[in-house]
Every structure is written in C-alpha cells, then in structure tokens.
Design a protein around this ligand. Structure first.
Ligand SMILES: Cc1cc2nc3c(=O)[nH]c(=O)nc-3n(C[C@H](O)[C@H](O)[C@H](O)COP(=O)(O)OP(=O)(O)OC[C@H]3O[C@@H](n4cnc5c(N)ncnc54)[C@H](O)[C@@H]3O)c2cc1C
Length: 480
C-alpha cells in the first residue's frame, strides 16, 4: 500500500504518493517533479524562491552567475555602487534553498515536445528534462535595427555594459584633461559632451548623474579643465521625457532637468553614430551633428531570442519587441506546463518592469502548485500596478502610485526606500546605504576605478570572435 506524505509542505503541496512506499524499511528514491527555470533575473529568481517550500526539484539555468538588479545599473556606471551590490551570486542567494540547483549556461534550445532544455557552458552542451518550465530570459538592448550604433553608443543592460560605460565616462574626463594640458583645446568640448539617447527613466537618471558627476563629484579634481563645463544632452524621438508617466509629472521632470542645465531635445531621431559624435534628425526633418565622444543608448529593448524560438514551436509570431504572446495565464497555447514571464512575454500591453516579472513568476508558481495538487489551472494573471518612480538627480524624483503624485525630496526618499527593499541580501543593503551616504550626502563616489579593458574588451571580443574564451581555454587539436 502506498501512502501520500502530507502536512510538511505548507506552500504548494504536491501529491507525492507515487514516490513514497508505505514500508519504511524499503524506502525507494523519490523522483520529484522537476521545475526548470530559465533566467536568474527578477522573474527567474522570484520564481525559484516562491518554490522554496514545494515538493519539487528546481533547476535555475542562467547565462550569468548573478541576479542583476537592473534599475541601479546606472549607479554602477557612474561610480556610486559596485557591481557586487546590485548583482549577488545566484548560488549564494539560493544557498539555503535545498530544493534549488543553480547551473550556469546559456540556453540554446527548448524542445517543447520532448520537454527538454539545452544549454551551453563554455562549449559544453547539457540537456535538462522538465515537468514544468518557467522561461524568464528577459530582454536585451535594441538599437532599432542599427546594431552598428552599439560600437560607439553602448547600451546598459548588464554589469559589463555598466563597467564599460564607467570607463568611457571617467575616461572622457581624463582625455579632456590631457588635451587641455597639451593645448589641444579644440578637442575638449567633444570630450566633455555627454549624450544620452532615450528619455525614459534610465535615460533621465543617467543624464541627472552626468550633471552630479561634473558639478559635484569631479568639481575639484582636475587642473586643466573645469568638469562643471560638461555639456549633457538628453535626446528622445518621442514628444516627452518619461513618456509613461502622468503629463504633469512629465512636464515637471522636463523643467527640473532643464534647471540642472541638461539640454532636452525631443522629437530627435538619431540617424548616425560614430566615435566623435552623432547625427540627429529633428521633428521638422532637419539633420544636425553633435560632437560627443561619450554616448549612452538607453532606448529600446528586444526580447531574448528564446521568445521567437518558443513562438515558432506553437505557431505564434512574436511582437515588434520580439516578445511571445502568452495565454492569459502566462502559458503557451497547448502547453500548460510552460510559463513565460517578464520582459519576454506579451500580454495585454503589460510594461517591461520588474513588478510584472515578479508577479508573473509568483502567478506561474501558484499555477504549478495547482497542477501538482490536481486542482484546475488556467487562472488568468492579474497584474497589480504598485506605481512607478524615477529619480532626476540627488534629492529629486517623481512617483505615481495610484492617484497619488509625488515630486521632489519626498518622492526621492520613497525611491531610496523601495530600491533598498528590493536589493537582494542584508550585506548589499548595508553597503549600498553607505555608498549612497558617500555619494548623496557627501560629494564623493566609492567606485571610481576604471581600466582600459573595461572600455575595450567588448569591442576586442567582437572583433576576434565571441568564441575566443573557448579557443583560449581548450587545447588546440594536434596536427596529426
Ligand atoms: C537600465 C535598466 C533600468 C531599469 N529600471 C527599472 C525600474 O526602475 N523599475 C522597474 O520596474 N523596472 C526597471 N527595469 C526593467 C526591469 O529590470 C525588467 O523589467 C526586469 O528585469 C525583467 O525581468 P526578467 O526576469 O523578465 O528579465 P531579467 O531580469 O532581464 O533577467 C533575465 C535573465 O535571463 C538570463 N538569460 C537571458 N538569456 C538567457 C539564455 N539564453 N540562457 C540562459 N539565461 C538567459 C539572464 O542572464 C538573466 O538572468 C530596468 C531595466 C534596465 C535595463
């Protein structure tokens, strides 16, 4: 006779009758349902954590070994925070979760019919069977079909991106100092012009930080240039800054940015980018040139290619942002065992924000629990909008929460508190708080270290081929 185990798991209780024998003297190894999660971002990590008390085995497969808190990437790029504070090792975060296994690997294939996921780690392929799959591979930067712009206008989606930008930003001030010291004054304005493309929250935050850096942090550090002379330009092809916010908040933000000295150019489409600057077409169709060595691309995202791979297998087409249209319960049609959450899923125009990924992950876990305990599934995902916030500069932010609209210092304090709550780990919260005190109360920044490799490694790798690490670490085939 078989008995089912009950009472130990409170969250999602699986009927494990098939896995447990009644006779304790002859225990059989239990094979529990396996949930594979692709991605360790907001969707992936929160899904894994939500499965903590469930009677399943969890495999988290991600191409980075860390969970990344993307909203604070701009603070790594501008030297306020260190990478470790916003990107804890996933393995460490899940260390005490005994049912979770963390594997590094880039997923290259998902076979919905065979229920397998194929991943590659430094040239070695591994295949994982799943009973339930949660795909949360997020999105990458999009240059709207002009990927060549990335050479001179890098995006900000990863730790590598942020460190490269940090190197470029601080490096530009160094080059300007050398040029001025050598009497090459004509080169200085281009080196001290910083252009941010995209006036969403990331672009606005980045532009605000350029002002903070030049007017406060670096104020006394140079002898031949005056960092406060730096020119900061914020461009957007659309008609507003912070287009997703309430019109009043948008207008106030634009005024606040302009008061800081930022040149806001709206209806401005970037048509070309090179090492020395970029070309912009305005709303009237007139093209003009901006000389600026440092450009940051904060416009547009493209879902992970895994979205298209899944869509093809179920006869769907991805949307313009490459996202797969999911069923109301976040599953794929005909595959109630496959859940797609976060930035790579398209449902009812939900925005690509962390809360959509987190709540989607929790919803998918609840669905898996229902399936495992034999209850009906297919509950539609209901997103609860907890509000939106963006910082403009030190002590200045905007927030809209339901009907509440906040600006200035109060909104900024709220922004700090919310971000502190979502940073993973007590240690990171404490050090982040200290770094914020250094950066916001004082004038300094804790993370100003930059190296040449930070700036050039991506471009060098692209030139020699992204398989270089593999070629370097594997022995060359012998001649005979
Ligand atoms: C600069 C920036 C600022 C932002 N600011 C805010 C903000 O202030 N507020 C807000 O709500 N949202 C913000 N967002 C958006 C928010 O970060 C995303 O909506 C959220 O991260 C989406 O979560 P996700 O799990 O779908 O994807 P992600 O968090 O991007 O995670 C994707 C995961 O998948 C992994 N992965 C990707 N491809 C593969 C593959 N082939 N194989 C294996 N693993 C793979 C990645 O390594 C990563 O672990 C910001 C985003 C950026 C880039």
């Amino acid at each position: 006779m078989r008995a089912s185990v009950s009472g130990r798991h409170t969250g999602c209780l699986t009927d494990v009758a098939a896995n447990v024998t009644a006779d304790p003297a002859t225990p059989r190894p239990r094979t529990r349902p396996r949930v594979v999660i692709i991605g360790s971002g907001f969707g992936g990590l929160f899904a894994a954590r939500a499965l903590k008390r469930t009677d399943v085995d969890v495999t988290v497969l991600a191409k980075t070994s860390h969970h990344l808190f993307q909203p604070l990437l701009y603070q790594v790029a501008t030297g306020i925070l260190s990478p470790g504070e916003i990107a804890p090792a996933t393995r460490e975060v899940l260390a005490s979760q005994r049912n979770a296994d963390v594997l590094l690997g880039e997923v290259t294939d998902v076979d919905l019919a065979a229920r397998t996921v194929t991943a590659r780690t430094l040239g070695t392929e591994h295949v994982h069977h799943y009973d339930h799959l949660i795909v949360a591979a997020g999105a990458a930067q999009s240059w709207f079909g002009r990927d060549e712009f990335a050479v001179h206008a890098p995006g900000m989606k990863s730790i590598d991106d942020a460190l490269e930008l940090r190197g470029r930003i601080y490096g530009a001030f160094e080059l300007a100092e050398v040029a001025a010291a050598e009497g090459r004054h004509a080169e200085v304005p281009g080196l001290m012009t910083f252009v941010v493309v995209g006036a969403g929250p990331t672009g606005v935050e980045m532009a605000g930080q350029f002002v903070e850096l030049s007017k406060r942090t670096l104020k006394r550090d140079f002898r031949h240039i005056n960092p406060a002379d730096a020119r900061v330009i914020l461009l957007d092809a659309g008609p507003h800054v912070l287009g997703a916010f309430d019109p009043q908040l948008r207008a106030r933000s634009q005024r606040a940015l302009e008061r800081l000295g930022i040149e806001v150019r709206l209806g401005a489409m970037v048509t070309d980018v090179d090492a020395e600057g970029l070309t912009v077409r305005d709303a009237a169709g007139v093209e003009s040139r901006i000389e600026a060595v440092t450009k940051v691309w904060a416009a547009g995202v493209q879902a992970s290619p895994l979205a298209a791979l899944l869509a093809r297998q179920v006869g769907l087409e991805v949307d313009r942002a490459g996202r797969v249209p999911v069923q109301p319960d976040l599953t794929l049609p005909g595959h109630p065992e496959v859940h797609v959450v976060g930035d790579m899923a398209s449902l009812n125009g939900l925005p690509g924000v962390a809360q959509v990924a987190i709540q989607g992950a929790r919803h998918s876990v609840a669905e898996i629990c229902r399936a495992l305990s034999g209850q009906p599934t297919g509950e539609p995902f209901v997103y609860r909008d907890k509000g939106s916030m963006a910082t403009i500069s030190r002590f200045s932010a905007i927030a809209q929460i339901g009907r509440l609209r906040l600006t200035g210092f109060l909104a900024w304090v709220m922004w700090l508190a919310v971000h502190l709550v979502y940073i993973i780990g007590f240690k990171s919260r404490v050090t982040t708080l200290l770094d914020w005190a250094v950066g916001f109360v004082g004038r300094g920044r804790s993370e100003r270290t930059v190296t040449e490799q930070q700036v050039f490694a991506r471009l060098a790798l692209e030139r020699v081929g992204n398989d270089l690490p593999l070629r370097l670490t594997r022995p060359a085939p012998s001649a005979d």
